[in-house]
Ligand binder design. Structure first.
Ligand SMILES: [Zn+2]
Length: 354
């Protein structure tokens, strides 16, 4: 149990370190030897837990917000597409997608962005479309570019929803993300940031159906894939699936859960009766070609797995794997040099014990 938990926690620390301009680390030695070091980092992060909440205090500036730029992608479904960039004070963390679904009675938000001001701008965007209240905020997974807008969405009638294992992730890596936030997106953009974990949890194989009035949205929890706690949302009225980071478009995927599990999840998703998908990064894919981004993801992931397995079979080191695996995919993805080395490192640690 302890080993399993350590592995779980360590996986969060091997990826997506939110320090600005820091490349993914390329470990010289394979996975399990790193766990002790990761556990020490976890302990350090835990020490910061109590201090973290008071680091960034809410500011009156949050009340003044221009509406987020949004596009209607289907009837009652709106999307803000983040930039394909690493977080920086220049882009103020506007690097991930934010979406909402408007029902006859209530509004559902799916991910709130990297910063409180994005949550405030989202509220202004919702108010520009409807006078119905935001009732549900879905947090698709733990990564910081999807969670800190929650800070501005807290209200008595708002329910925050996520995967059954998401609170554990909030507890273990949330303080780390919070402490690094101002460094990553700038002090002003980070103003008011808090960790807002879900209070309503979704179990595996037990989807949660939310009635927005005139439409219902099914929230589904996945086994480890992009992270250890991913959820998706399917809108029955439009047939659109909001995937969170289970699907990346243009932006190279980032590994933080299970490479093999992710391939399985994408194959399952591909069989759904959908009319479109909204990814966690990149443009929506609506219409007959909606599976195209999933196929691109599968090509990338299976190429990484195939190449890494072959390198392991030849007793290659992680450094050699990072230089060689899936380089054929470089032309297909933005931010490849930023995240692909970390992906190969992650896959290597996962696959060397097969
Ligand atoms: Zn993510």
């Amino acid at each position: 149990m302890i080993a399993r938990l350590t592995s779980y926690m360590a996986s969060f620390f091997t990826r997506r370190r939110p320090r600005r301009n820091q490349r993914p680390r390329q470990h010289k030695r394979p996975g399990r030897r790193l766990f002790l070091a990761h556990s020490l980092k976890l302990f350090t992060a835990a020490l910061g837990l109590l201090a973290a909440r008071s680091v960034l205090k809410p500011s009156p500036a949050l009340a003044i917000s221009t509406p987020l730029s949004i596009q209607q992608v289907a009837d009652g479904i709106y999307l803000h597409v983040g930039r394909h960039e690493r977080p920086s004070p220049q882009n103020r963390g506007d690097i991930a997608n934010i979406a909402f679904i408007v029902g006859d009675e209530r509004v559902l938000v799916f991910d709130s962005g990297y910063a409180p001001y994005l949550g405030s701008s989202l509220k202004a965007a919702v108010a520009s479309i409807t006078d119905k209240p935001i009732a549900y905020v879905i947090t698709s997974h733990i990564h910081p570019d999807h969670i800190f807008g929650n800070s501005a969405l807290q209200a008595p009638d708002v329910t925050f929803i996520g995967h059954k294992d998401l609170p554990t992730a909030f507890k273990h890596v949330g303080p780390y993300y919070l402490r690094g936030l101002a460094d990553n997106i700038g002090t002003q953009a980070a103003t008011g940031a808090q960790l807002v974990p879900p209070s309503l949890l979704v179990d595996l194989n037990k989807p949660l159906v939310l009635d927005l009035g005139g439409r219902s949205v099914r929230i589904e929890a996945w086994k480890p894939a992009h992270t250890h706690a991913d959820v998706t949302a399917f809108d029955d009225k439009s047939g659109v699936l909001l995937t969170g980071d289970l699907v990346f478009v243009s932006h190279v995927p980032t590994f933080d859960g299970s490479t093999l599990g992710w391939i399985g999840a994408l194959k399952a998703m591909r069989t759904y009766q959908c009319k479109g998908i909204l990814p966690g990064h990149g443009k929506a894919s609506i219409g007959n070609q909606w599976t195209q981004p999933i196929d691109a993801m599968l090509t990338y992931l299976t190429t990484v797995v195939t190449d890494v397995r072959a390198l392991i079979a030849r007793n290659a080191t992680i450094d050699e794997a990072v230089k060689q695996a899936a380089q054929s995919q470089k032309k297909n993805w933005l931010l490849f040099d930023d995240y692909h080395p970390g992906n190969v490192t992650f896959a290597f640690a996962e696959l060397e014990w097969e």
